[in-house]
Design a protein around this ligand. Sequence first.
Ligand SMILES: Cc1ncc(C[n+]2csc(CCOP(=O)(O)OP(=O)(O)O)c2C)c(N)n1
Length: 328
Amino acid sequence: MTESQAEAPGALMLDLYRTMLTIRRFEERCNFLYMQGRIPSTLHLYIGQEAVAAGVCANLRPDDYLTSTHRPHGHAIAKGVTLRSIMAELYGKVTGCCKGKGGSMHVGDVRVGMFPAIAIVAGGIPIAAGAALAAKRLGTDRVAVSFFGEGATNEGAFHEGVNMAAIWDLPVIFVCENNLYAASTPFSAAFKVKSIVERAPAYGLRAEQVDGNDVMAVYAAAKRAVAQARAGQGPTLLECLTYRQCGHSRSDPRTYRTRAEEAQWAERDPIKLQAGRLLAAGAASEAVLAEIEKDVGAAVDDAVAFAETSPLPEPADTLKHVYSEEAA
Ligand SMILES: Cc1ncc(C[n+]2csc(CCOP(=O)(O)OP(=O)(O)O)c2C)c(N)n1
């Protein structure tokens, strides 16, 4: 038995399964609605990476901070942004989490600690370090988490953000989701090193690499990193090895990788893995999993109905809610 399984009570395993399934079914519906022309703009789907968001965010409180990327739906759901407000945002409706003005790439809700997502690659990294600096200076035990892809670690903002966090021992967890491709660029074409964690010693940064498709392993690694950050022991870089199962965005024919590689990773689908583990451990029956499937489907239906029936923003409100004093 691995360390992550040993500390895994059934309720936690089931909670993590439910979070991952919610993200998966929500995004499958988004994809369908997008193809139907109900959702404008583009979508960057998180399908295949659900274990990372679920495993990390299960260790966070609503008052902990989170920054995300152009691929933010999973992070938002795992941090507690409601399905209704995310779906309404994708529809551009006034009931959306950014009042319909942000869309897919900017979902978030500061009431549950998630800054509206930032689509500039690596843009969230120094902001998470700044939030962690604020948490520290205010004398709180809050932590900040920044999710980003491996492509972001080749940006200057990564260097600045992790270096400052390291020198000031800031309570931040840098979660790199290494899904092997930055848009169409494979990892091997953009890195001389073999992994992202190899870069950590250059910053004096604690680092750990985990199987990002194993939600219990991600949960356990994030638990250690969050505990150290809360205890004033500074930042950690977590590299989660995973795979995005869909194209980079909606218009990606995936010519840069093989169908055989995709099939191999599909074997290690994070939701399938966790379902197998739950059944093998006797922590859930097929009937329980079917019940969760039904609940999740109903929640997604409810979010879509809410978004469909919500009003569009008023043109007169275009310049409202740009600055914080306008927030209401
Ligand atoms: C600074 C910047 N450069 C380029 C882009 C265009 N762009 C959007 S996503 C992306 C790839 C990002 O790859 P990675 O950081 O690995 O995240 P992933 O898409 O794999 O989740 C690029 C180049 C951007 N949004 N911001």
